[in-house]
Design a protein around this ligand. Structure first.
Ligand code: UD1
Length: 341
């Protein structure tokens, strides 16, 4: 079976994707610098799949290290590139760190892929490229808006770098996957999200509040023009998201792509408000969540959810899991993490 490199393969989405790849029989090599992950995640992957992927601790900013890696693994057929920094606020404070971490590393990898007789490349992009779209649900044809942060800009620039490269390197095929809001954990609770410090994202903040690690969830604004006044997002179960990566990779490996560079939205197609997420959590956990409405968070868009037609029809992929499933798995994971501490 083909050998696939997964960068950032010990992270949240990366680890779930490694599981799905191994379940499909792919041979996986992980590169991770452990800056926002732990080597223990390998145990979780092994517990689920019965197989330990190869792992190389490497900082992709070290160009010579990237070259040496590809010289050693010259039989790699595809790369799924997750490794990147993703904290929006931090990116505003440290733009150069974000451009170096997210852009220079991408360039180094593409330079190596260019040397291979054939290569398939899957890029972690984000619905953040659309900003507040004028029309909902958001299709892949919605215009890319001026980025709100250096982090968002790295996703836009990253897509452009890949597209420009595919234009002139016929042996390279790529897909950018634009994720909506990934949440949840593997149903086994062997892997999940491990935020370092205070979580910025909604779902880990909810589960950490319910377990007693945080006092209260602040709901950022209830005066938006939405049915209950809170912002609306498209929360996609991380296992569904992981499966989409395998489907996208297969599309490239089997030559079923329609162009050398393609983009797909990955979402459920359903928008949920912050309060609906809280309600879903309370329902599946049986816990009462301590939350309070506070002011809006700067930079938040009102509403974003995916038009899933292109992914459904072209990729032949569909989400199977619900928001309740995601909240149930996130809660099971949180309980397991705290029990082990
Ligand atoms: C955020 C980033 C986005 C990034 C994504 C990665 C911002 C403005 N956007 O998306 O660029 O691609 O994470 O996962 O940071 N909320 C609360 N209380 C909280 C946390 C969140 O009410 O403590 C609300 C937010 O206002 C928002 C929703 O929950 O309406 C989801 O927030 P979050 O999980 O941070 O995701 P995004 O803002 O969609």
């Amino acid at each position: 079976m083909s050998k696939i490199l997964v960068t950032g393969g010990l992270g949240f989405i990366g680890s779930h994707t490694v599981v799905e790849l191994q379940n499909e029989g792919y041979e996986v090599v992980i590169i991770d610098d452990l800056s926002n992950s732990s080597e223990k995640v390998l145990d979780g992957i092994t517990a689920i799949t019965g197989k330990t992927p190869l792992f190389e601790k490497l900082d992709l900013k070290e160009k010579a290290g990237v070259e040496a890696f590809f010289a050693k693994h010259n039989d790699i057929k595809g790369v799924i590139h997750f490794a990147a920094s993703k904290a929006v606020g931090e990116s505003v404070q440290e733009p150069l760190l974000y451009y170096e971490n997210n852009i220079s590393t991408l360039v180094y990898i593409l330079k190596e892929l260019k040397k291979l007789p054939e290569a398939s490349f899957i890029f972690s992009s984000s619905c953040t490229v659309y900003g507040q779209a004028d029309e909902l649900p958001i299709t892949e044809n919605a215009p890319v808006k001026q980025a709100e942060s250096p982090y968002g800009n790295t996703k836009q620039i990253g897509e452009e770098i890949i597209s420009d490269t595919c234009n002139v390197v016929p042996s390279l095929k790529a897909i950018a996957l634009r994720y909506f809001n990934p949440v949840g954990a593997h149903e086994s609770a062997a892997i999940g999200e491990l935020p370092i410090g205070v979580p910025q994202n909604l779902v880990p903040f909810i589960t950490q509040t319910a377990i007693g690690l945080r006092e209260q969830l602040s709901v950022f604004g209830d005066d938006y023009p939405t049915p209950d006044g809170t912002c609306i997002r498209d929360y996609i179960h991380v296992v569904d998201l992981a499966e989409a990566h395998v489907v996208a990779l297969k599309r490239l490996l089997e030559g079923k792509n329609k162009a050398n560079y393609e983009t797909f939205n990955l979402g459920t197609g359903t928008g949920s408000s912050v309060l609906e997420v809280v309600k879903s959590f309370e329902k599946v956990s049986g816990e009462k969540l301590n939350y309070k409405i506070v002011g809006r968070r700067a930079g938040d868009i009102i509403s974003a959810y995916a038009d899933t037609n292109k992914a459904n029809d072209e990729l032949g992929w569909k989400t199977k899991l619900s928001l309740d499933d995601a909240m149930r798995s996130a809660w099971k994971w949180e309980q397991k993490v705290r029990a082990e501490q």
